[in-house]
Design a protein around this ligand. Structure first.
Ligand SMILES: [Zn+2]
Length: 344
């Protein structure tokens, strides 16, 4: 079968790889119909997240079950399914508390040996460990493009808002309008935010946020602090979402969030970063971070997608094929696309 593999920073290729086989009775094999290109794939593409050359990348996927082990009960051969970006054992200290994102035996698709040596999904076929936990049937009438979002991007936007402690009536700022930030805008609107400020520097992304019901703010050409003050009688926003993962963005979140408000860092941090801790302390802010518990949220997110309360379909800007992967990564790297989906 063919698969998109990482070769070196800036180089991905389509290669022939061995067909996956179930390795345990709880595994399934899925024939991939669509796989998304994600911001975290770009970290691999740039070499910031290091994986072995020749490793298959990708972790957003929809497809059909073609093989299922004896102990797989909730999906069957022939089902069209979507899957989460990571697996979990469902049995460890953290899983028993519903904290699947911190599972001690978690494996993430397409992230090399450091995250569990699980081959990625930008391929014709993929092996899915613990299929009952990781896969869901695509609900009747839902397009595969929309279903794709439940297992990563919308699940992460949902996590950002839920973990932030946002309550109905709150004023929310979303900093960074990549697909996750834009999904967070939708979730905030759908779960009762009175007002959402959407902050970025890319005009197209600001326009999408506006179409989702947010007030767009250009991070450098407009006075963000003044806009926040105007809307909050000078106090600041109740909740900020850092959907970038950059200390400069976190610093602005600390500055525009009101006293006793909260900041949720859903963008990825992997290094030491400097922010104004004194300001955070004096303002009594709550700061949280971490991967999204997508396995824990997937059923609720699917419910909201099914009902049309959330609709990420405007985020799909490019349909391409696996052969186009080198071009797809280059296009995404130039920020010319929001969500690229690859079909075999
Ligand atoms: Zn676990």
């Amino acid at each position: 079968m063919r698969a998109v593999t990482f070769q070196a920073p800036g180089v991905v290729t389509l290669e022939d790889r061995p067909q996956p086989e179930p390795e345990s009775p709880t595994d399934a094999v899925v024939r991939i119909e669509l796989s998304g290109v994600c911001g975290s794939d770009l970290h691999i593409y740039h070499g910031r997240v290091q994986i072995e050359p020749g490793f298959t990348i990708g972790h957003e996927y929809v497809g059909r079950v073609v093989e299922a082990g004896d102990q797989v009960k909730h999906v069957a051969v022939g089902d069209r399914v979507l899957g989460c970006f990571q697996t979990a054992d469902g049995d460890c200290f953290f899983c028993r508390r519903g904290l699947f994102h911190r599972c001690v035996n978690s494996r993430t698709f397409g992230h090399g040996a450091t995250l569990g040596s699980l081959q990625g999904t930008q391929a014709e076929m993929a092996l899915i460990p613990n299929a009952d936990l990781v896969l869901r049937r695509v609900p009747e009438g839902m397009s595969p493009e929309v279903a794709l979002f439940a297992g990563d991007v919308m699940g992460t936007g949902f996590h950002a808002i839920q973990e932030s402690g946002m309550r109905p009536g709150d004023l929310v700022a979303v900093l960074g309008l990549g697909p996750v930030g834009l999904c967070a805008v939708q979730v905030a609107r759908a779960t009762g935010a009175a007002h959402v400020l959407a902050i970025d520097t890319v005009p197209e992304r600001l326009a999408v946020a506006e179409s989702f019901g947010a007030q767009p703010l250009h991070a450098t050409e407009q006075d963000v602090k003044a806009a926040v003050k105007d809307l909050s009688e000078g106090r600041g926003v109740d909740v900020s979402i850092d959907a970038v993962g950059d200390p400069r963005v976190l610093e602005s979140a600390i500055r525009i969030t009101r006293a006793c408000g909260s900041i949720q860092c859903v963008g990825v941090y992997a290094e030491r970063a400097e922010v104004h801790m004194g300001l955070l302390w004096l303002k009594a802010l709550t700061l949280r971070g971490g991967h999204a518990n997508v396995l824990g949220h997937v059923d609720r997110v699917l419910g909201m997608l099914s009902a049309g309360v959330l609709d990420p379909s405007p985020l799909v800007t490019h349909h391409m094929t696996l052969e186009d992967a080198p071009e797809a990564y280059a296009v995404y790297d130039r920020r010319e696309a929001l969500k690229i989906v690859l079909a075999p």
